[in-house]
Design a protein around this ligand. Structure first.
Ligand SMILES: Nc1ncnc2c1ncn2[C@@H]1O[C@H](COP(=O)(O)OP(=O)(O)OP(=O)(O)O)[C@@H](O)[C@H]1O
Length: 280
């Protein structure tokens, strides 16, 4: 058991213990997406998961969210097993989940109205969030009238308005251009820093993972991916993500972690090449 500095047992915001997830294949076989995953995320920590394509990053996030049940092992949140959707968590996907027929403010207030909060109160809270994410004059726009960055800000407000203890983010900024992405990353850190919320962040981009996180978890090549490395990111906060890539500590960590990750990326690439060869 881990003890906090106060000597009390740590209640992890997210804890996966020995989690394996297998899927049935169309041919009647079994495919192991991930095997024996152990993951512990303390409240207030920012943890990124990086791994080659198909290594089970989304599968892990979905088990933490309660959207997928582990085939074996246990997923828990704040000491309680996750049964059904994890109510302590909000989810942000690569493709934002904005409803095209609703305005920005309606989209942002949705989580509150669905939880039974009255429309006036939900809208007033949504307006407060729109101000926080720099969209106070866009409340009456529809999603198709927004830029990619503005849609992401709306999605951030939508995820945060319900005041979750955990943010589960699956490549939330990967569709953005590089500059907008860095601005959004900076904004996310500014929000997170004062929040005490745990974040589990999935990305393909090692730079992004190091820049944002307290810890980077590396997954090995699939099938049956496991955790092959955990790295503490000791770069002091607050961080300015527009300059962080020149920081000597960043460069050193990047070299070390990429040295491990590239082995797994190469394995995945070689396996894909071999499969193509078999098909040809
Ligand atoms: N519902 C499913 N049925 C069968 N196989 C699945 C299912 N969901 C995921 N898989 C397989 O499990 C493996 C892990 O998928 P997952 O999406 O978690 O990986 P990922 O690391 O997030 O991938 P990417 O980086 O490409 O987004 C993949 O080989 C995928 O094809």
């Amino acid at each position: 058991m881990t003890l906090s500095s106060a000597g009390t047992p740590t209640q992890y915001a997210v804890e996966l213990q020995g989690c394996t997830k297998q899927f049935s294949t169309p041919g009647g076989g079994t495919y192991f997406a991930v095997r024996d995953i152990d993951l512990k995320v303390e409240p207030g920590r920012f943890v990124s998961i990086v791994g080659p394509t198909g290594s089970g990053k989304s599968t892990i996030l979905n088990m933490a969210a309660g959207l997928l049940k582990p085939s074996s092992g246990t997923a828990s949140s704040f000491g309680a097993p996750v049964h059904g959707v994890n109510r302590r968590a909000s989810y942000m996907f690569q493709q934002d989940a904005l409803l095209p027929w609703k305005t920005v403010i309606e989209n942002v207030s949705l989580g509150l109205t669905m939880a039974g909060v009255g429309k006036a109160e939900a809208h007033s809270e949504a307006q407060r969030w729109l101000e926080k994410v720099g969209l106070k004059n866009f409340a009456d726009r529809y999603p198709h009238q927004l830029s990619g960055g503005m849609r992401k800000r709306t999605a951030v407000a939508q995820a945060w308005i319900v005041n979750p203890d955990i943010l589960l983010m699956d490549e939330p900024f990967s569709a953005l251009d590089v500059q907008t992405r860095q601005i959004m990353e900076n904004e996310l850190l500014a929000l997170w820093q004062e929040s005490g919320k745990a974040v589990v962040f999935i990305t393909h981009d090692l730079d992004e993972a190091i820049a944002l996180s307290d810890e980077v978890v590396i997954l090995g090549a699939g099938p049956g991916s496991t955790v092959v490395g955990n790295y503490e990111i000791t770069i002091p906060r607050p961080r300015d993500l527009l300059d962080i890539r020149d920081d000597p500590k960043f460069v050193e960590l990047h070299r070390e972690i990429w040295g491990r990750l590239k082995i797994e990326v190469s394995k995945t690439y070689e396996a894909a090449r071999a499969e193509e060869g078999e098909v040809a």
